[in-house]
Write a protein that binds this ligand. Structure first.
Ligand code: SF4
Ligand code: SF4
Length: 184
């Protein structure tokens, strides 16, 4: 499958006003996912080309260029991959995709069925949405599902999601499924 260019502006536009709950979920936990942990390891990777949505001069971000081989990305990812950490609260409309999707993550079954699940990564904090499996807004789930259908058209992203999915299965994790999208 050829590499496709992802229209990040479109994905940012459709996720701009989306929130997992009617109310601000940050009130449940004091916005713990936006605060540095004690080793300051908390941050997010950007998807290929997503760095162009930023000026790299944002005063709320710290940038790192990482080697995809050393960080266990699939072979299709080219060097570098960008990892960003927040030094203070972001202007919401500029938050990266991974923050827009949280707490949902994609899981691809071997028959290409896409599942949206609550994130299973080990995190240095407890997200009440994940811990208590709080039901999320339908329009939030719809939008995240649509974004993943778009992102998965890019072979690099697809390789990453497949790799993470196989890893999750190998570890015997049983993710909590919030949406099943059958292959078209
Ligand atoms: S940790 Fe979970 S509940 Fe708290 S702000 Fe982040 S997404 Fe919302
Ligand atoms: S970009 Fe915004 S939403 Fe994401 S972790 Fe930083 S402060 Fe939180």
């Amino acid at each position: 499958m050829p590499v496709k260019t992802i229209d990040y502006q479109k994905l940012y536009n459709i996720t701009d006003m989306q929130t997992p709950l009617e109310d601000d979920c940050g009130k449940l936990c004091g916005k713990i996912c936006c605060r540095p942990d004690k080793n300051n390891t908390l941050g997010v990777y950007l998807y290929p080309g997503e760095e162009d949505m930023f000026t790299k001069e944002e005063d709320w971000l710290c940038w790192e260029q990482r080697n995809p081989v050393e960080d266990d990305f699939p072979a299709s990812w080219s060097n570098p991959v960008y990892f960003i950490r927040c030094t203070k609260p972001c202007p919401r409309k500029h938050r990266p995709l991974n923050c827009r999707f949280f707490p949902l993550a994609p899981h691809l079954l071997k028959d290409n069925t896409l599942l949206l699940i609550y994130e299973t990564l080990r995190l240095p904090y407890k997200c009440p949405l994940i811990k208590r499996k709080i039901p999320l807004r339908k329009d939030f789930i719809d939008t995240v599902a649509h974004c993943w259908q778009e992102l998965l058209k890019d072979q690099r992203v697809r390789d990453l999601v497949k790799m993470d999915s196989r890893e999750r299965e190998k570890e015997g994790k049983h993710p909590f499924i919030v949406r099943t999208i059958l292959p078209q």
